[in-house]
Design a protein around this ligand. Structure first.
Ligand SMILES: *Cc1c(COP(=O)(O)O)cnc(C)c1O
Length: 474
């Protein structure tokens, strides 16, 4: 096969997979041992032809693939790939651009610049905002908190990039009780410590309580302070009340960071925007494009109101930010990496194919489908919806029929058994979580291609599994 024939064949394999998505079982069809047996062995001495490699790879991984890009994957907060984004991602591989520097790929640099501007406008962020295209929200949180660390210490006359943290004024870090684990890992990597943080109590929907934030901040001695809030709780979808939180944090002179890995997308929808009131007043924001924008992995976004600390915390070049109007934008100034994939192409393509109305519509549609899921499940005996369905997340709890719903252990066992049965069934895939001490099934609707029929079919499968589990003695 010529190189071009190999790519034609690869296109066939990819298309066949994509066409199988609506009907293939959503979960994997092979276990760990099976995959190791199919893929392992010694590295050959002589190598193999590219055709043989691709054929073997495609058939060996096939049963271990999870249809996360399909319409009935509701685990974690995942999302699929919009057609334009997937196609742009194929081209990104073919073009093989290094997006580190304008000089290495002017096209990649300018596409990021344009996509960044579109995102700032879509989210209603301040026009000064600088943007970094990261691997995901974890590195976006890291980037934003590095900027925060720079800014709060510089105000104390300390240059953390040059002098490090040894001997620096201590930074108070305040986070919501339900902050995402990646906030803690970012703090760990930044030398701020994951256990030194002050936690602020959350309410029944996992939202930071402003009165509790006020109390925590009042009890802290003066000094540089970073507050981490959240837009979109991974269990409930709830939003910290940002208007009040921003005010309280800024009264103290603290930096306010908002982790909006999926929740920031609510700002793109006029119908949901009130959930995010006050968000534009924060100092930095994280989101993912690979979640709710439905672009292929990997694709996160870091936004910082003041470009100076963002630049100074990340740059490989000159230490201090100087505004150079009209000059080219070097992507390496805004992310922890130098050489990297030109992930801006897929973001650009996704935004351009949706437009503002299409983006709002995709977000609204997912939220409407989450409500539809909740409404159809809540009708069933022995089923309880634990959260206010304000966004795309639904928490479901199952209790054995005829048992006392306040009996936690029986409900936990029933809920876990239903989750396992649904995963085996394969009609859809969703995971389990623990919500305020009780086991729950977590449904997240984030795929561009999920329809009402997919939700109805999945809800039926869940109810069927719950009945089957009911007949199994505990
Ligand atoms: C998913 C998520 C993250 C981490 O994002 P990655 O893209 O997996 O790095 C951080 N915060 C929240 C709220 C999330 O939902």
């Amino acid at each position: 096969m010529t190189d071009s024939e190999l790519l034609q064949r690869t296109r066939e394999l990819a298309t066949r997979y994509l066409e199988s998505l609506p009907e293939r079982p959503v979960g994997p069809a092979v276990d760990l041992e099976g995959l190791r047996a199919a893929l392992g062995g010694q590295l050959s001495e002589e190598g193999e032809s590219p055709t043989a490699v691709i054929e073997t790879l495609a058939s060996a991984v096939e049963p271990g693939l999870v249809a996360t890009a399909g319409p009935r994957y509701f685990g974690f907060v995942i999302g699929g790939s919009l057609p334009a984004a997937l196609a742009a991602d194929w081209l990104t591989s073919a073009w093989d651009q290094n997006a580190g520097l304008y000089a290495i790929s002017p096209a990649a640099a300018v596409v990021e610049e344009v996509a960044a501007q579109w995102l700032i406008e879509l989210f209603g962020l301040p026009s000064s905002t600088s943007v970094g295209f990261t691997t995901g929200a974890t590195m976006a949180n890291f980037t934003c908190l590095a900027a925060a660390r720079d800014a709060v210490l510089r105000r104390e006359g300390w240059d953390v990039e040059q002098d490090g943290l040894v001997g620096a004024p201590p930074i108070h870090v305040v986070v919501g009780a339900e902050a995402h684990v990646t906030i803690f890992v970012s703090l760990q990597m930044l030398g701020l410590g994951r256990a030194r943080v002050h936690k602020v109590e959350a309410d029944g929907q996992g939202r930071m309580r402003p009165d509790a934030l006020q109390e925590v901040l009042s009890a802290l001695p003066e000094g540089p302070t970073i507050v981490c809030a959240q837009a979109g709780n991974v269990n409930t979808g709830g939003f910290d009340p940002l208007e009040e939180i921003v005010r309280i944090a800024h009264e103290r002179g603290a930096w306010l960071h908002v982790d909006g890995a999926f929740g920031l997308w609510a700002t793109a929808s006029p119908r949901l925007r009130e959930l995010t009131a006050g968000i534009d007043l924060a100092d930095s924001w994280t989101t993912d494009a690979h979640k709710w924008l439905n672009v292929p992995y990997d694709s996160g976004l870091a936004f910082v109101r003041d470009p100076a600390p963002h630049h100074d915390a990340m740059t490989l070049g000159a230490a201090y930010y100087v505004e150079t109007a009209g000059a080219e934008r070097d992507p390496y100034n805004w992310v922890p990496e130098s050489s990297r994939r030109a992930r801006g192409f897929a973001v650009y393509a996704a935004l351009r194919s949706l437009g503002r109305a299409g983006a709002a519509d995709m977000i609204d549609r997912c939220c409407g489908l989450a409500r539809r899921f909740a409404d159809s499940l809540r009708e069933e005996p022995g089923v309880e919806i634990l959260n206010d369905v304000v966004l795309n997340q639904v928490l479901v709890r199952f209790t054995p029929l005829g048992s006392d719903p306040t009996e936690v252990a029986a409900g936990d066992a029933q809920t876990r058994a239903v989750v396992a049965a649904v995963q085996r069934d394969g009609t859809c895939w969703l995971g389990g979580t623990t919500w305020h001490g009780r086991a729950a099934m977590r449904i997240s609707v984030s795929g561009w291609n999920t329809t009402e029929a997919d939700v109805d079919r999945s809800a039926e499968a869940i109810v069927r599994c719950a009945h089957e589990v009911q007949r199994v003695p505990a």
